[in-house]
Design a binder for this molecule. Structure first.
Ligand code: MV4
Length: 450
């Protein structure tokens, strides 16, 4: 087992990793930017190294500084958390070359999944359902037009290097294809330095349902059930829950099997997530595979009663997994509490938290790095806490969430708490009738004013 793990991250996920390390008897090293000198991850780690100024590009993304911090502290592994360098194949490779175990995917796995068109081909070849569309990249505009005609409109053109909706265009006719071919390619070139595009049938009003998986160094793989992440705004998840209200035992078996096939196809080592789009008839299609611990891993932990960070560390150390699949017990919901103003386009609201009181009681979990008097810096993402409720049924988990949101006091900055309170009351949410289009159609600002 590792003796000392460096955590190449900040905020709640850095704390999350430190906590598991402490329970496992592993020493920890925090790295931090100037802006984070007063952060809890710095205080709770056994050692801390300042790696640079405020900007992420000069600190949490600065590979040489992080490797240097690992070498001077004698860390034998690095946990990258999510975001930052967690899916950076170069970083994974440099760790490998320096004899430091990267607790995440191998460089070739990151690259293989990062190119969406080739990931799709890998999955199709492995027998995982994929969305009908072009075989690999589009050759030119004529190619796009003829494939669109063949699969039938509406279609969607996507950047192979894409993610988060960038370089993605829905097309309902040939004219849209022409426009998309110019604008989406330009956008992709600017954002990723890669303008490779592919085309697929547009799935109308899908659900985003992902399967948590684990694979070990011995080639075994298992699934740990699903998370429904259909409540999103501009590709930012706001609420996640498990089990999915749309799930059936039969569908879980089918999606679980497909996710295991996906995991084995790339000989994945570690915990990962296979994202699917699910249509109204419960057809499901591979979308992406994430090779990191995700923000929403918490809800899975609550319904399978298992520490996923511990699992990551064990797999990285070469310990085999049991290989059994997990069924969820009970229901868990997570609301992301962001320092953002829902009345003003979710504009970030950094600053000092003047008053802070957390909800508590049975079935409540809060993962956060903030406290009364803490100043949220403007340089990083605006998520300040994850509020998770766990209960036997979905109804009880929602009731508990309403109760917890009502108790949560955060003053000095605007937060997404009022948004979540309205969402928990929405009849469509209460019925579990949520697709990825839901937030576009709901005028929550009007409700927030009352
Ligand atoms: C789609 C789609 C409909 N049909 N693909 C959005 C992010 C990127 N990873 C894939 N995305 C989508 N791909 C086809 N063929 C709709 C979306 C989509 C979406 C997917 C999941 C969660 C939220 C979304 C919001 C808008 C569009």
């Amino acid at each position: 087992m590792f003796k000392k793990i460096l955590i190449a991250n900040r905020g709640e996920i850095a704390l999350r990793v430190i906590r598991t390390c402490r329970e496992m008897g592993i020493k920890t090293v925090a790295v931090y930017s100037k802006a984070d000198a007063e952060s809890l991850h710095v205080r709770f780690a056994d050692e801390a190294v300042c790696i640079g100024p405020n900007a992420s590009s000069e600190s949490y993304l600065k590979i040489p500084s992080i490797i240097a911090a690992a070498e001077i502290t004698n860390a034998d592994a690095i946990h990258p958390g999510y975001g930052f360098l967690s899916e950076n194949s170069k970083f994974s490779k440099i760790c490998q070359e320096n004899g430091i175990k990267f607790i995440g995917a191998l460089p070739e796995q990151i690259d293989g999944m990062g190119d969406k068109a080739s990931a799709k081909k890998t999955m199709k070849d492995a027998g995982v359902p994929t969305i009908p569309g072009s075989e690999g990249l589009l050759k030119d505009l004529d190619d796009a037009i003829s494939i669109a005609k063949k699969i039938g409109y509406p279609v969607i053109m996507k950047a192979t290097a894409g993610g988060g909706g960038k370089g993605m265009r829905m097309c309902t006719n040939e004219k849209d294809i022409k426009t998309a071919w110019e604008s989406a390619r330009k956008e992709a070139k600017a954002a990723f330095g890669n303008d490779g595009m592919y085309l697929e049938k547009f799935i109308v009003e899908p659900r985003h349902i992902e399967i948590q998986v684990a694979g070990d160094q011995q080639g075994k793989a298992c699934h740990l059930s699903e998370r429904d992440c259909s409540v999103q705004r501009r590709h930012q998840k706001l609420v996640e829950e498990t089990p999915s209200p749309f799930m059936t035992k039969e569908l879980r078996k089918k999606m679980g099997d497909a996710a295991i096939k996906a995991t084995k196809a790339v000989r994945y080592e570690g915990v990962g997530t296979v994202e699917f789009l699910v249509d109204k008839d419960r057809n499901f299609y591979f979308m992406e595979m994430n090779t990191r611990i995700q923000v929403e891993h918490t809800i899975t932990e609550e319904v399978i009663n298992y520490d996923l960070v511990k699992e990551q560390i064990k797999i990285a150390a070469g310990i085999p997994i049991s290989g059994k699949n997990y069924e969820p017990v009970g229901h868990a919901i997570q609301c992301r509490i962001n320092a953002e103003d829902p009345m003003n386009d979710f504009r970030p609201s950094p600053g000092k938290i003047t008053q802070y009181h957390e909800p508590g009681g049975h079935g409540i979990r809060i993962d956060t790095h903030v406290y009364a008097g803490y100043t949220i810096p403007p340089y990083y993402d605006s998520m300040i806490a994850k509020l998770i409720t766990v209960a036997q049924t979905r109804e009880e988990a929602i009731t508990k969430m309403e109760r917890a949101l009502g108790e949560y006091i955060i003053e000095g900055v605007k937060t997404t708490i009022p948004f979540h309170q309205k969402l928990m009351q929405h009849p469509k949410f209460r019925d579990g009738k949520i697709t990825t289009n839901f937030l576009d159609e709901w005028d929550f600002k009007k409700e927030l004013m009352t």
